[in-house]
Design a protein around this ligand. Structure first.
Ligand SMILES: [Zn+2]
Length: 418
């Protein structure tokens, strides 16, 4: 059926490499880019993407938060039927890699171009999508555009987010991407995202493509431990209210409990204290207060809950054993997201037909797909990373793997749009 579906790997590479020139970062370690949501590099990447969509005959829609859709209604398709959508994001972290995001956007576009060149006659419209602000480096914690497209946050709420200088609304107006169209993921028949893997499981297994089963859930919490700042020379050891030694117990408890869950068979539970600020942070003063942030993840809600309970238990123990008071709040809570059997089965069948080896894996990082999967059938595909580096100029994928993964993406879109 999809024998004449031929991916132009050179065109895909050209699109990704052109995008890499916007906000290009000089590094001896590889090619990097910095394109924060609605900055000048991001504007150029958007302009380039829109131009390529128009060149392929797609109709462009832009919504108020700057999400962009290029829509193709194939000649024999019913324009009223629900679309198959695919894409990713064009923003990056500071000094990020060139594949993270643009691969998924331009693989989706090349899929459409390949279907247009073939004899395949899809019955559904196909939409190529670039979501705003996936990385959470400016204006919001991440997956900004897909959260709005899935109807899980209001346009006004997001537009009023500030980077400390200007609001998202103003920044989008400045770059010409504050649109008035409506992009609603609830109306998509299905959604597919191709992304570079951010670790080495595929490379270690010698497999070019991973089909994601679940996206990890993530809870992020704030903890404060309050004691009393005192002179480091004159305060006896038994008179101290040292918030940092107390915090150290908590840091180690987070590590050991996640380790215990992992060694009892979980492949996805992880716990991290990645941010810690002692006050006054001075060499000759006993630390009087510590604030820290904890990031807890798993594809199983029960394992996240267990980690949260362990943190609370440890804080209770610290308060009982030391002259320290604590607070504990969690403000970011995204549950684990299982992905659709229908879309995953389609991808796996297509991969088998094309003799591309795949394995099932989970995603330990958040993606736009986790928001979209709440409102329609969704799949997430990973291309092998050559070294596992992510959010770094060292990030690297094999161009042939990118081409064969795009082949599977294109054939899966064609199958879903049949
Ligand atoms: Zn990404």
């Amino acid at each position: 059926m999809t024998d004449d579906l031929i991916i132009d790997g050179d065109a895909l590479r050209e699109d990704i490499e052109q995008t890499a020139t916007f906000g290009a970062v000089k590094s001896s370690e590889g090619r990097g880019r910095t394109a924060l949501p609605a900055d000048e590099a991001n504007r150029k990447a958007r302009d380039y993407y829109v131009d390529q969509c128009k060149a392929a005959g797609l109709d462009i829609s832009i919504d108020p938060v700057g999400n962009i859709v290029g829509r193709w209604v194939p000649p024999n398709a019913d324009p009223e039927s629900t679309a198959v959508a695919a894409g990713s994001h064009l923003d990056s972290v500071p000094r990020g890699g060139i594949f993270d995001g643009p691969l998924g956007v331009f693989a989706a576009l090349e899929s459409v171009r390949a279907i247009q060149r073939s004899k395949i006659s899809p019955r559904r419209p196909i939409e190529v999508v670039s979501f705003t602000g996936e990385e959470g480096t400016r204006f919001a914690e991440g997956v900004l555009g897909s959260t709005v497209a899935a109807g899980k946050a209001s346009v006004d709420e997001m537009l009023s987010q500030s980077d400390g200088d200007i609001t998202l609304e103003k920044a989008l107006k400045n770059i010409g991407y504050h649109g008035s169209d409506r992009i609603d993921a609830n109306k998509w028949d299905s959604w597919l995202e191709l992304h570079i893997e951010q670790t080495t499981r595929l490379n270690d297994a010698g497999v070019p493509l991973g089909v994601v089963t679940d996206i990890t859930g993530t809870v992020r919490c704030h903890v404060t431990l309050t004691g009393h700042p005192d002179h480091a020379g004159t305060t006896a050891m038994d008179k101290r209210q040292d918030a940092l030694t107390a915090a150290s117990e908590l840091v180690l408890a987070v590590e050991s409990h996640a380790g215990d869950i992992a060694s009892s068979g979980s492949e996805t539970a992880v716990g991290t204290v990645g941010h810690l600020t002692p006050e006054p942070n001075t060499v000759n003063v006993v630390p009087g207060e510590v604030s820290l942030r904890i990031d807890l993840r798993s594809t199983k809600q029960s394992e996240i809950t267990s980690q949260l309970e362990h943190v609370q238990g440890k804080l209770n123990e610290i308060e009982a054993n030391r002259p320290i008071s604590t607070t504990f709040t969690c403000d970011y809570d995204i549950p684990p997201t299982p992905l659709s059997d229908r879309c995953r089965d389609t991808v796996k069948q297509v991969s088998e037909d094309h003799q591309v080896n795949t394995i099932d894996i989970h995603s330990g990082a958040g993606h736009d797909t986790m928001q979209i999967a709440d409102v329609t059938d969704a799949a997430l595909l990973f291309v092998a990373s050559e070294n596992g580096y992510s959010h770094s100029p060292k990030e690297k994928a094999d161009w042939e793997d990118c081409t064969s993964a795009t082949q599977i993406l294109a054939a899966s879109i064609a199958q879903l749009a049949k």
